[in-house]
Design a protein around this ligand. Structure first.
Ligand code: HEC
Ligand code: HEC
Length: 381
């Protein structure tokens, strides 16, 4: 390269200010390589993963025609380049920029979730995929019929469904659509992070500070009691629900009783529960209680996996904590997001002030940044 051209390249990089945008490439996920750090995945017997099904699932995931405005797909809120979230949005924006009440969790490794959604109201990926299409603040369809109309007439889809499920156009049902999407999601796996290479394989790839952060994670910080690490694998979740003092701290106690009653009535009358959860900010804070009616789960949400956490800010079910530093400060205060915030009476017993020094907090953050899987490292700044 001559000096002149070289100068232009440098200038372009400087003007752009960042390295060229990293791109998601599905073919990297289709290889069946070792998943260092992850347990074996349970795949439903009636929905085996095949390459053709995954490619069909990806196409469905990206198709904006499955929304009332023709502008929203699953990928609008779960962008591959944003580690399958809509970072940096606090809460998601669906049709006509309508906002819900919850932060979009990543789809990465969602196949390992025992239950789907922040409150676990959906049992598996197949069921979960039915909901966004007909949620009034997400994709806004009245029912699933418009989707079937498209997939039964679009020649490409007709060919692909025939190939994958051996069915004629009129036999394509919503079940086949969500099975394909779920198969696609089951290959969106992230593992083999620097942490995995160090912890499970003894490679010398963590700094002293990052190792110190892990030590705090398992000892002084007690993070591991919910974000579990096992001998040979680590999902960083117990698959359970806890109230860690996010969101519900801002709802007055007498309001909680009134909201619970209203919610149960809506549920009893079969009013759309998704709408109540994603449409009403205060009702959304009831969390797992809205699913189980168990008062001990008031304001409790699913323990998220922490893999690729550096890529998915902001944090928590309501996106209320902007950075990993804010998350650590929240835990350090014993479940309050500011010194003046009153803690709710349903707080999990596992959340207590931690008395971490600034140095220890920084080490914890450094450790969490080692959890980015190999295939997503290119997206980390
Ligand atoms: C308007 C934005 C939006 C769209 C469109 C959307 N999602 Fe989501 N997704 C979210 C939000 C927000 C949540 C969390 C909702 C909750 O927990 O109550 C979520 C949750 C999920 C989860 C559960 C993850 C977990 O950890 O529990 C999966 C899986 C998922 N979405 C897949 C999809 C698929 C598949 C589609 C398309 C059919 C889709 N999403 C469309 C915003 C969106
Ligand atoms: C009592 C169980 C429990 C303990 C202890 C705990 N967590 Fe969590 N963690 C959760 C739950 C539950 C959530 C989701 C809470 C919500 O959204 O309301 C969460 C959320 C997070 C998130 C945000 C994840 C996301 O995708 O938005 C991070 C980061 C995190 N925890 C890190 C830690 C660290 C670091 C520690 C130790 C200092 C810790 N946690 C201790 C249960 C726990």
């Amino acid at each position: 390269m001559n000096r002149y051209l070289f100068g232009i390249c440098i200038a372009t990089v400087l003007i752009a200010g960042v390295k060229p945008e990293a791109k998601f490439n599905l073919s990297e996920f289709l290889v069946n390589d070792a998943q260092l750090g992850l347990p074996a995945m349970k795949v439903p017997g009636d929905n085996p993963i095949t390459k053709e099904k995954v490619l069909l699932g990806e196409k469905l995931f990206l198709d904006e025609r499955f929304s009332s405005t023709g502008k929203v797909s699953c990928a609008t809120c779960h962008l591959p380049e944003k580690a399958f979230t809509d970072s940096p949005l606090k809460v998601s924006e669906g049709i006509d920029k309508l906002t819900g009440t919850r932060n979009a969790p990543t789809v990465i490794n969602a196949a390992f979730n025992k239950m789907q959604f922040w409150d676990g109201r959906s049992p598996d990926l197949e069921d979960q995929a039915l909901h966004p299409f007909v949620n009034p603040v997400e994709m806004g369809l009245e029912n699933h019929d418009p989707i079937l109309k498209i997939v039964r007439t679009d020649p490409e889809y007709v060919k692909q469904f025939k190939n994958v499920f051996k069915i004629d156009p009129q036999q394509i049902a919503i079940k086949h659509v969500v099975m394909s999407i779920a198969a696609f999601e089951r290959v969106i796996i992230s593992s083999n992070s620097r942490f995995d290479r160090w912890y499970f394989r003894g490679e010398n790839v963590l700094s002293e500070k990052e190792k110190q952060g892990f030590d705090i994670f398992i000892n002084k910080g007690r993070c591991v009691s919910c974000h579990i690490v096992e001998y040979t694998t680590a999902l960083f979740t117990d698959g359970k629900f806890h109230n860690v003092g996010v969101g519900i701290n801002t709802v007055p106690e007498d309001e909680i009783a009134r909201l619970s009653a209203e919610f149960l009535e809506a549920k009893y009358n079969r009013t759309d529960v998704d709408l109540k959860v994603l449409g009403d900010p205060q009702a959304s804070e009831l969390g797992r209680f809205a699913v189980t009616r168990n008062v001990s789960e008031m304001g409790a949400f699913k323990t998220p996996m922490l893999r690729d956490i550096a890529l998915t800010a902001p944090y928590m079910h309501d996106g209320s904590l902007k950075t990993l530093e804010d998350v650590i400060d929240h835990y350090n205060r014993g479940g309050a997001s500011s010194d003046s915030e009153k803690i709710n009476p349903y707080l999990s017993g596992g959340i207590r002030p931690l008395d971490l020094t600034d140095d220890e907090k920084a080490a914890l953050v450094a450790f969490m940044k080692t959890l980015t899987g190999k295939k997503f490292e290119k997206f980390q700044q």
